[in-house]
Design a protein around this ligand. Structure first.
Ligand code: FAD
Length: 533
């Protein structure tokens, strides 16, 4: 673990303090073609700010604090779990439950990306030091981490480059700004330029963690850069989408979920941005880029599992309520119980991969930080990436067509039609009309709207496309051990050749001392309402 840095000031802050902190920075942000004067006050960004505020407020809620905060033992401080470096398999499990809880409340709370990036940079900093000797990278990251934890910062992850022509490596791109790179080295720091194409929460975070988006070669050394940049650093421009659906009829009807909570994504353009050395975690060490992207992807896919399980919880609850409002108890109607069970199977199925990835998590040999097991983490993410479309279908199946066919909220207040609609569109006599349409609009919002499409695409591509997950699964799965197993059963030892490619990957079994957390380390804190039970 990193050297101890005392911190008398460390204190998780509240959502209100987070909001207020946004007023102290002046980023250049455009949304829908307009320059935003004050991010904290921009209506188009409120759903995103609200979602991040939940990550702060939950950490101060005594009932949730055991899950939403963690003790960073190397510093002896309590920090928001979204900024915690994992020290055990239990930490991985608790992060999983914490992200699920946050996403049950907000749909997607976004801040877990910071956790994933901090853990990855912690690991790679130690790796670089171990390769070169010395402790410079460890120390620099430890100082940065202490600052982030003490000020309880929100971080945006600027990893995915614009990438230009996908068939060309970074140094071959006709437009060099397709990938972010070092354009100048100075005594005091580096100067970077280029474009990060998709940064969740970009307008309303405090800093960006800039990271390379792929394995680099020696010719791409200038593109192998990892550093922290304040959102309002000179030369940074954020071109963002609104968060959620803030503009839709706030004055009418039941509140839409995505009017309250949403996510903005931004294209972030870096134009000769100066970064002082104390915020540069590496610059040019291309041979470590693969390790960084692998570590980040593994942590992030593990977190995505929990995020989408929280979303699944919303669909399961809403689906059951819709059945009830329509006059059915799915427990008694097999035709509705079957799709409801399918929804549960999908959600808990990929979540179980997250649990397995935590339990089989291992300590990184360089940093000591705990890392989820990559095969289970990638399988869980791959399952949710493709099954998100089935989740939407199942929610639609149990709900009926009204979720997209209902007259709009304005009719709720139309004296000529409101009473008739309330009468004829009621189903279960025990469920008032307004309660039925509230659930129907909730399901529309989550599955059959712009926001519904957003949940599909974030699930499919967030954390990497399915091809990236499949590549990782194949790379880490011990196919060679399985080949060996069958060869032994078939008594084919004579032909055995360990060098042939199909037999090469022979990682140790998962029940060995080195592969598993030692008994007693996977200590989960009590989980109040983490699964809604
Ligand atoms: C809502 C949302 C939020 C996100 N938030 C963040 C964030 O906060 N920070 C961040 O850094 N990233 C973020 N991402 C980016 C995410 O990681 C990428 O979308 C993902 O890695 C895919 O990259 P891409 O979108 O550029 O697609 P592309 O790279 O264009 O891929 C499109 C398809 O082409 C295939 N392909 C691409 N290149 C090759 C190749 N060389 N050979 C063969 N096939 C190829 C891919 O497998 C895929 O099927 C977010 C994405 C979404 C959708």
């Amino acid at each position: 673990m990193t050297a101890s840095i005392p911190s008398p000031t460390s204190r998780p802050i509240s959502g209100a303090e987070y909001r207020e902190s946004l007023r102290r920075q002046r980023p250049t942000v455009y949304v829908d073609g307009h320059l935003i004067d004050s991010v904290a006050d921009a209506p188009s960004l409120q759903p995103g700010i609200n979602a991040l505020a939940v990550t702060y407020d939950f950490a101060l809620d005594p009932a949730k604090a055991p899950l939403m905060t963690a003790t960073q033992t190397m510093r002896g401080v309590t920090v928001n779990r979204m900024l915690h470096i994992n020290e055990s398999a239990g930490d991985l499990l608790n992060k999983l439950e914490a992200v699920r809880l946050l996403c049950q409340e907000t749909g997607c709370a976004q801040r877990y990306l910071a956790h994933d990036a901090l853990n990855a940079i912690h690991q790679v900093s130690a790796r670089i030091d171990d390769a070169r000797g010395g402790g410079e990278h460890r120390a620099r990251f430890a100082a940065y981490l202490a600052d982030v934890q003490d000020r309880d910062l929100a971080l945006g992850i600027a990893m995915t480059d614009a990438k230009g022509d996908r068939s060309l490596r970074p140094h071959r791109q006709p437009n060099p700004d397709a990938y972010l790179r070092i354009v100048e080295r100075r005594a005091a720091g580096i100067v970077i330029s280029g474009t990060k194409a998709i940064v969740t929460g970009a307008p309303y975070v405090h800093q960006f963690l800039v990271m390379p988006s792929r394995r680099m070669s020696a010719e791409d050394a200038d593109f192998a850069v990892c550093c922290a940049v304040p959102v309002d650093a000179a030369g940074v421009t954020i071109v963002a989408r609104p968060a959620g659906r803030p503009g839709e009829k706030p004055e009418h009807g039941a509140p839409l979920f995505s009017r309250r909570y949403g996510q903005s994504t931004g294209v972030v353009v870096f134009d000769r941005v100066f970064v002082p050395w104390e915020r540069v975690f590496y610059a040019g060490e291309w041979e470590h880029s693969g390790a960084l992207t692998h570590a980040y992807a593994t942590h992030h896919r593990h977190s995505c599992i929990a995020a989408r399980a929280g979303f699944g919880d919303l669909l399961i609850g809403a689906g059951a309520l819709m059945c009830e409002a329509n006059g059915f108890d799915p427990g008694r109607k097999a035709s509705l119980r079957e799709p409801m069970v399918e929804l549960i199977k999908i959600t808990e199925g990929f979540f179980a991969c997250g649990v397995a990835a935590s339990v089989y998590g291992t300590a990184d040999p360089h940093s000591g930080g705990f890392m989820p097991e990559p095969v289970f983490a990638n399988i869980g993410k791959l399952l949710l990436a493709t099954q998100i479309y089935d989740m939407h279908r199942l929610a639609h199946e149990v709900s009926g067509g009204l979720i997209v066919a209902l007259p709009g909220p304005d009719e709720d207040h139309n004296p000529a039609t409101a009473a008739t609609l309330a009468d004829v569109l009621r189903a279960n006599p025990a469920v008032p009309y307004d309660k039925r349409i509230e659930v129907a609009r909730f399901i529309e919002d989550l599955t059959a709207s712009y926001q519904g499409g957003w949940y599909s695409v974030i699930s499919l591509h967030g954390g990497g496309s399915p091809a990236a997950m499949k590549q990782e699964i194949w790379r880490h799965y011990p196919v060679g051990s399985k080949v060996e197993l069958v060869e032994r059963l078939l008594d084919r030892g004579v032909l055995h050749d360990e060098q042939r490619s199909i037999a090469r990957n022979r990682q140790p079994g998962r029940c060995c001392d080195a592969g598993c957390a030692a008994p007693g380390t996977a200590i989960m804190v009590p989980l109040p309402n983490a699964k809604g039970d």
